[in-house]
Design a protein around this ligand. Structure first.
Ligand code: NDP
Ligand code: 2IT
Length: 451
C-alpha cells in the first residue's frame, strides 16, 4: 500500500499480545479501504488512518466493592473513548471475566465504524469490567454497579459519552448504574441507554439488535436476489439478549430457528426452538440449556466438551441462514467450511466480530451472502440513539414508530454498504462495503474538524 502503512505497523507493533483481537479488527479495515486510500490522497495527507486507530483515551480504574459476606472484592473497570468526531462517544459496557484492554479497544474501534454507518450523530466507545455477574446475587450486582459508577461518572455525560449494555449488562445493570449516577450528580440525564422503560428507557431497545440483524438479512437477501427467510431453517448461536431476539424476529417472519447455544453447550430442536421456554431459562434464571430437554426430550443437547476440536456444534447443522450471536471469533474456518458444505446461503453477524478472518474469506470465496457485524448488528445502537433523542426532548415514542424507523435505517445501511462495494469494484463484498462507507464518513469529518 502506501508509505503510511509503515507508520500504522509501528503504531500497532508497539502494543502487547492481548491486543490480537484489536489488530484483527484494524487489519480488516486497512485491507478493505486500500482502494479508497489509493484513489483519494487526502486521507493519507491528513494521516486519517494513523489518527483513527489510536483511541482518544483509555480510562482504567479500580472498582472495590463488598460482597454479601462483607468481603472486599476488587475488579478492574475500563472505558475506551475511541473517537468522538461524529458525536458523543457511544457504545456498550461488557461485564465478563475474559475482558482486557485489547478487547475493549477492538470493540471500541468497531463501534466507530458501526455508528458511522447508521448515519446518526454518535462517536465510538466501549467499556466494562472483568467482574463476573455469574453466581452473584442481585444485591451484589447492585453494589458492584454502584462502585463502578462511582468512578465512571467522572468521564461520561449525555453530550460526552453515553454507555449502554453488552455481554453481561442489560436493563437491570443499566438501571443500577443510572441510579448511582443520579445520586452522585443529582442530574436526571440521558447518560446511559438501555434503561428500564419506567424511567426513560426506549421501548424496543432490548429487542433492537436481534430484530435489526434480521431486518438487515432480509434486505441483503432481496438485494442479492436470493429467497427470503420464510419457511427456511436458520441456525443461531448464543442464548442472550441478541440471540433470543433474533430468534423472536425469525419466528415472526416465518423462519424456523433450530439452534441456540451458551458457554456450556448447544440445543438443536429440529421443529424450531421453544422461545418462551428459552426466555424463561436464560433471561430470567440463567439456567443451563440442558434443562430444555426436561420440556422437549426430542431435542438434542451437545455440551461444549463434545464439540469437535476447533468447531462449534451449531455450525454443523444444515441451514439456509446462520446468525452467530454470542461472542468474538466463535465461528472458525472449519465452521465456515461446514456451513458452506451444507448449502448455507447467508451468514449475518449479530455478535461483534464472531467470524475469524479465515472464515470470512471462505464465505466471500464461496459467494455466501455475508453481513459483517458493524453493519448487521447496528440496530442496538440505533435504538440507543433513539433513546438519547427521546430523553433530550422529554418524549416517549411508541413501539410502531421505533420499529418502523429501525427497519428503515437497517435497510439504508444495507443499501449503502452494497452500493459502496459496487462503486469500489467489489460488488457483493459487504465487508469492504461496510469498512469503506463507515471510514469515509468519519474520515471526511475528521478532516473537516482539523487536526
Ligand atoms: P448476553 O450477555 O445477553 O449473552 C451472551 C451470550 O453469549 C450468552 O448466551 C453467553 O453464554 C454467550 N457467550 C458469551 N461469551 C461467551 C464465550 N466466551 N463463549 C461462549 N459463549 C459465550 O450478551 P448480548 O446478547 O448482549 O451480546 C452478544 C453479542 O452481541 C456480543 O458480541 C455483543 O458485543 C454483541 N452485541 C450486543 C448488542 C446489544 O445491544 N446487547 C449490540 C450489538 C452487538 P453464557 O450465558 O453461558 O455466558
Ligand atoms: O456493540 C454494540 O453496538 C452495543 N453493545 C450497543 C451499543 C449501544 O450504545 O447501544
Amino acid at each position: 500500500m502506501d508509505i503510511s502503512q509503515e507508520n500504522i505497523k509501528n503504531i500497532l507493533v508497539g502494543d502487547c499480545a492481548q491486543n490480537s483481537v484489536f489488530f484483527q479488527a484494524v487489519q480488516e479495515v486497512i485491507s478493505s479501504i486500500a482502494p479508497l486510500l489509493n484513489s483519494d490522497k487526502k486521507y493519507n495527507m491528513f494521516s486519517v488512518l494513523e489518527r483513527l486507530i489510536v483511541p482518544d483515551r483509555v480510562i482504567k480504574f479500580k472498582v472495590s466493592w463488598l460482597d454479601d459476606g462483607n468481603n472486599i472484592r476488587v475488579n478492574t473497570g475500563y472505558r475506551v473513548q475511541f473517537n468522538n468526531t461524529l458525536g458523543p462517544y457511544k457504545g456498550g459496557l461488557r461485564f465478563h471475566p475474559s475482558v482486557n484492554e485489547g478487547i475493549f479497544k477492538f470493540l471500541g474501534f468497531e463501534q466507530i465504524f458501526k455508528n458511522s454507518l447508521t448515519g446518526l450523530p454518535i462517536g465510538g466507545a466501549k467499556g466494562g469490567s472483568d467482574f463476573d455477574p455469574k453466581g452473584k446475587t442481585d444485591f451484589e450486582i447492585m453494589k458492584f454497579c454502584s462502585a463502578f459508577m462511582r468512578e465512571l461518572h467522572k468521564y461520561i455525560g449525555p453530550r460526552i459519552d453515553v454507555p449502554a449494555g453488552d455481554i453481561g449488562v442489560g436493563a437491570r445493570e443499566i438501571g443500577y448504574l443510572f441510579g448511582e449516577y443520579k445520586k452522585i450528580t443529582s442530574s436526571y440525564d440521558g447518560v446511559l441507554t438501555g434503561k428500564p422503560h419506567v424511567f426513560g428507557g426506549s421501548l424496543m431497545r432490548p429487542e433492537a439488535t436481534g430484530y435489526g440483524v434480521v431486518y438487515f438479512t432480509q434486505a441483503m437477501l432481496e438485494l442479492e436476489k436470493k429467497e427470503g427467510l420464510a419457511g427456511k431453517i436458520c441456525t443461531v448461536s448464543g442464548a442472550g439478549k441478541v440471540a433470543l431476539h433474533a430468534i423472536e424476529k425469525l419466528l415472526q417472519v416465518g423462519a424456523i430457528p433450530v439452534t441456540c447455544s451458551d458457554s456450556r453447550g448447544m440445543i438443536y430442536d429440529s421443529r424450531g426452538v421453544d422461545l418462551p421456554l428459552l426466555k424463561e431459562l436464560k433471561l430470567q434464571n440463567g439456567a443451563s440449556l440442558e434443562r430444555y430437554l426436561e420440556f422437549h426430550p426430542d431435542a438434542k443437547y451437545t455440551p461444549v466438551c463434545d464439540y469437535s476440536e476447533g468447531e462449534h456444534a451449531v455450525w454443523g447443522i444444515q441451514c439456509y441462514a446462520a446468525f452467530p450471536c454470542a461472542t468474538q471469533n466463535e465461528l472458525s474456518e472449519a465452521d465456515a467450511q461446514n456451513l458452506i458444505a451444507n448449502g448455507c446461503v447467508s451468514v449475518s453477524e449479530g455478535a461483534n466480530m464472531p467470524s475469524t478472518p479465515e472464515a470470512i474469506n471462505a464465505f466471500l470465496n464461496h459467494n455466501v451472502c455475508f453481513a459483517p457485524a458493524k453493519a448487521a448488528n447496528a440496530g442496538g445502537v440505533v435504538v440507543s440513539e433513539f433513546e438519547m433523542s427521546q430523553n433530550a426532548s422529554m418524549q416517549r415514542w411508541h413501539f410502531e414508530k421505533i420499529d418502523t424507523k429501525l427497519k428503515i435505517i437497517m435497510e439504508q445501511i444495507c443499501k449503502r454498504v452494497a452500493l459502496t462495494a459496487k462503486d469500489y469494484g467489489v460488488e457483493g463484498n459487504y465487508v469492504d462495503g461496510a469498512n469503506i462507507a463507515g471510514f469515509k464518513r468519519i474520515a471526511d469529518a475528521m478532516i473537516a474538524e482539523g487536526v
